[in-house]
Design a protein around this ligand. Structure first.
Ligand code: CIR
Length: 253
């Protein structure tokens, strides 16, 4: 799919108060802003028309906009994030996406984080995780069915989200952890397996014939070089301290 737009939100000064399961140290705001700026510039250089939103002071995790929506070519599903401290972020995303798509909201008690949803053409893999519950996945699935898409639920046993452990790097190739590769839903894909000590490199962004990858994972980098795509390395050190990766910081469509 050719992407033409991205919605991104600038991290707020209080971003280090967001949720995290990592113990990688306190993130630095100036460095985060520099890395975020490089991220915005990279997506712009790949031909995306970028909307940059202001921080939401009451929501230190709000720059992880991916979790607030699932944008498909036919409909944008506004999620209900699974972490209580993030519920409400979606209210400010709906008016932005409604300029581009019809929007439909996930209703309580359902919860869905966009980080749990992988789009592969007309099919969606939906992780059931600590953030996306069965009810939310079923609501999302019913909307996808209604708009002519298919979907599969995948239990997420490790990592925050489904896309913490895999990403699509060509129409039929997944970059994936060993644990998830065994799931039979992925049997028909070519798989590039992540080394165990490079599993934090699982989350990449395949945009318009380029693959944006997190810097600092040499084995993964050389495996991905074989795809023949243009690889762009971005330093993600500060977002990583907050459990974030490349896909989390934008909605692409
Ligand atoms: C959180 O725990 O919700 C944020 N600190 C990180 C969210 C990362 N989002 C994503 O992977 N889609």
């Amino acid at each position: 799919m050719k992407f033409s737009h991205a919605v991104i939100r600038k991290p707020g000064r209080n971003f280090s108060l967001g949720l995290t399961t990592r113990s990688l140290g306190i993130p630095d705001y100036e460095l985060m802003l520099n890395q975020h700026d490089a991220y915005v510039q990279t997506l712009a250089s790949l031909g995306l028309d970028i909307t940059v939103l202001d921080p939401l002071p009451d929501y230190p995790d709000a720059y992880f906009v991916e979790d607030t929506a699932v944008v498909t070519p036919r409909v944008a599903v506004i999620t209900r994030p699974g972490a209580e401290s993030r519920q409400g972020e979606e209210d400010s995303i709906e008016p932005v996406l409604s300029r581009f798509r019809r929007t439909i909201r996930i209703q309580p008690p359902g919860t869905v984080d966009g980080g749990d949803v992988l789009m592969v053409g007309e099919h969606f893999f939906v992780g059931i995780s600590k953030r996306t519950n069965q009810n939310g996945a079923s609501q999302l699935g019913a909307i996808l069915d209604r708009f002519g898409y298919s979907w599969t639920a995948i239990p997420v046993r490790t990592g925050l989200h489904l896309k913490s452990s895999l990403s699509l790097v060509s129409p039929d190739t997944l970059l994936i952890t060993a644990a998830l590769a065994e799931h039979e839903a992925f049997r028909d894909f070519h798989k590039i397996m992540l080394d165990q000590d490079e599993e934090l490199a699982a989350n990449t962004l395949w945009i318009n014939q380029a693959l944006v990858v997190p810097a600092g994972f040499p084995h993964t980098h050389s495996k991905l070089e074989k795809l023949g795509l243009r690889l762009i390395d971005l330093d993600m050190s500060e977002a990583r301290k907050m459990d974030g990766g490349l896909s989390c910081m934008s909605l692409r469509f």
